[in-house]
Design a protein around this ligand. Structure first.
Ligand code: PEP
Ligand code: MG
Length: 594
């Protein structure tokens, strides 16, 4: 294809699918900023120059926000976040302070302020929040662009089919492009929850992010293959590679059309058992994507975002607005709002958490809330108030026994009385569920079921606590085994306890979204599964092809094995037998192509 040698670069698959075409490099990694000491009498002018650059960046962002079409209106919050960072004292005010105190040029001061601000974000363990450090970098880059007078490529003028290559891409930049011409996105920056990823998924454009140096190594006009499913790009592909990828692209497009066309069908098994398939979300804005991918509910609404994204605690009003927006957007479909699950690997900038030696075993989730009743009460009030705007349920995380559940329920009753006294409407029959994610909760699941309206198994934590494997420690990641017999027995025990008490039981850990585990979960008797929205179409497809009765028998057999490896081998064989087209190990799935 080209005189240059074929080169494969690996990053993070951010939006699935395959794009093949010419690269257009729209921005490169920032150049080294100049260091220039100032004389005292130059300082005011330098601050003025800095303010002009900030103002120009602000104008650009506001213009981009005004131009968001209806299909991207839900993403206005991303531009708001950028405006917020630009106006925040950690960038603007801090840069000005540094210009004045250290007598340095605006570019250098901005670089220092940016490094300080990114340092704060990067310490956060929560992946989503940590990835927001890239927003700080993006915003600082925009100001730097204006300071240096380099205004980059005019994105609105793109009028040929291209693969856009950039250091980073913001929604503001994305909205300037006519996306009809964009075959794929590749960027140096970003992770799976970066804004490029969110936007690319919303528009079904293949994307690979986090390639680190792609904007430096690819030149406009280079021929590239973007494999958003695998997280790779191939520059200057050989004829043979290109041929292979054209086949894979065709297979993917057929698969994507078929699976999305079926995403809205109910997840009814071949023998007529219906499971509710829901989405896990963190932001109200994700409801649109969840519905597009066929979500029938939000099985897990993680509510930590408002606590970790700002320096002050969210008010009842803010929480209420957020919860009510989700309930309304779901238009009658249920949402399980999980009360604050802070602590452990989830850090809140607005809360002063004492350092702990074993945070995963420390003051987290419901334990923290019961210790901070006024914070908990504010959340419960907001959830109850939102309950008149849709099918809202409350869900308590990390319940370890009946005492804790009764305490939490008591607070809920107190808050209901308070609201009733104030004449504020709420659903008096609000359903109360608990997450089963601590082994002690499994042991007493029959007792807990007497006091809960539903269970949701959180395998991410349940596996961590059962197998004693830190879920964020890469050195023991290989021991994190969802198919471990201990985990499967626990799931079985929880289902038996729930059904014995006549309450439904779902699963909302990552395991629920792994299509290869889903038939087993069906066989173990789960009533609902909640997952990353992108996993929904495939999980529904597997459920529709499966027989609940047959998998109940196979789950029984799986429970007879002594090790995770044996269960794994058994499952591989059964998947190949039952789903030869879509789940057989040696038939590459579109996600596995390449
Ligand atoms: C879980 O533990 O499985 C879960 C869904 O909760 P989180 O990942 O938010 O801890
Ligand atoms: Mg959990």
């Amino acid at each position: 294809m080209s005189s240059s040698a074929e080169k494969i670069m690996r990053g993070v698959g951010a939006s699935p699918g395959i794009a093949i075409g010419r690269a257009l490099v729209v921005s490169r990694s920032p150049v080294q900023v100049p260091y220039r000491p100032l004389a005292e009498d130059q300082v005011d002018r330098e601050v003025e120059r800095f303010r002009e650059a900030v103002g120009a960046a602000q104008n650009e962002l506001n213009a981009a926000k005004a131009e968001l079409g209806p299909d991207l209106a839900d993403y206005a919050y991303i531009i708001e976040a950028h405006l917020g960072i630009l106006g925040d004292k950690m960038i603007s005010q801090r840069s000005e302070e540094l210009i004045r105190s250290q007598l340095i040029n605006a570019e250098w001061a901005l670089g220092l302020a940016e490094a300080e601000a990114k340092g704060i974000f990067e310490k956060v363990k929560d992946n989503y929040i940590r990835s927001r450090a890239s927003d700080v970098e993006y915003v600082a880059g925009q100001v730097l662009r204006h300071l240096s007078g380099n205004n980059g490529i005019e994105l609105s003028t793109i009028r040929e089919k291209v693969v856009v290559v950039a250091h980073d891409l913001s929604p503001a930049e994305t909205t300037q492009m006519d996306l009809g011409w964009i075959m794929g996105f590749v960027t140096d920056m970003g992770g799976p929850t970066s804004h490029t990823a969110i936007m690319a998924q919303a528009k079904a454009i293949p994307a690979v992010v986090g390639l680190e140096r792609v904007s430096a190594e690819v030149t406009s006009g280079d021929f590239v293959i973007v494999d958003g499913s695998n997280g790779t790009i191939i520059v200057h592909p050989e004829e043979e590679t290109l041929h292979d990828y054209r086949d894979k692209q065709e297979a993917y497009e057929i698969y994507a059309q078929e699976i999305l066309a079926q995403a809205h069908l109910p997840a009814a098994t071949a023998d007529g058992r219906c499971l509710e398939v829901g989405a896990n979300i963190e932001l109200a804005e994700e409801v649109g994507t969840a519905l597009n991918y066929g979500a029938e509910a939000v099985g897990l609404f993680r509510t930590e975002f408002l606590y970790v994204s700002q320096k002050t605690l969210p008010t009842e009003e803010e929480l209420f607005t957020n919860f009510a927006a989700v309930a309304q957007r779901l238009d009658g479909r249920p949402v399980n709002i999980r009360t604050l699950d802070i602590g452990g690997d989830k850090f809140a900038s607005s809360l002063e958490l004492a350092p702990e030696i074993n945070p995963a075993l420390g003051l987290r989730a419901i334990r923290y809330c019961l210790k901070e009743p006024s914070l908990f009460r504010t959340q419960l009030r907001a959830i109850l108030r939102a309950s008149v705007h849709g099918e809202v349920r409350v869900m308590f995380p990390l319940i370890s026994g009946v005492g804790e559940l009764l305490q939490a329920r008591q607070m809920l009753e107190d808050v209901k009385r308070e609201l009733a006294g104030e004449g504020i409407p709420f659903d008096p029959d609000l359903k109360v569920g608990i997450m089963i994610e601590v082994p002690s909760a499994v042991a007493v699941a029959d007792l807990l079921a007497q006091h809960a309206d539903f269970f949701s198994i959180g395998t991410n934590d349940l596996i961590q606590y059962t197998l004693a494997i830190d879920r964020v420690n890469e050195f023991v990641a290989h021991l994190y085994q969802p198919l471990h017999p201990a985990v499967l027995r626990m799931v079985r025990q929880v289902v038996t306890a729930a059904h014995g008490a006549g309450i439904p039981v779902g699963m909302c850990g990552e395991m629920a979204g792994d299509a290869r585990d889903v038939p087993l979960l069906l066989g173990l008797g789960l009533d609902s599964l909640s997952m990353n929205p992108l996993a929904i179409p495939r999980v529904k497809q597997v459920l529709r092809l499966a027989s609940a009765e047959e998998w109940a028998g196979l789950a029984e057999q799986a429970l007879g094995y002594a090790t995770a490896a044996e269960v794994g081998r058994f499952m591989q064989g059964e998947l190949a037998r039952h789903f030869p087209e879509i789940l057989a190990p040696r038939t590459p799935l579109p996600e596995d192509l390449g």
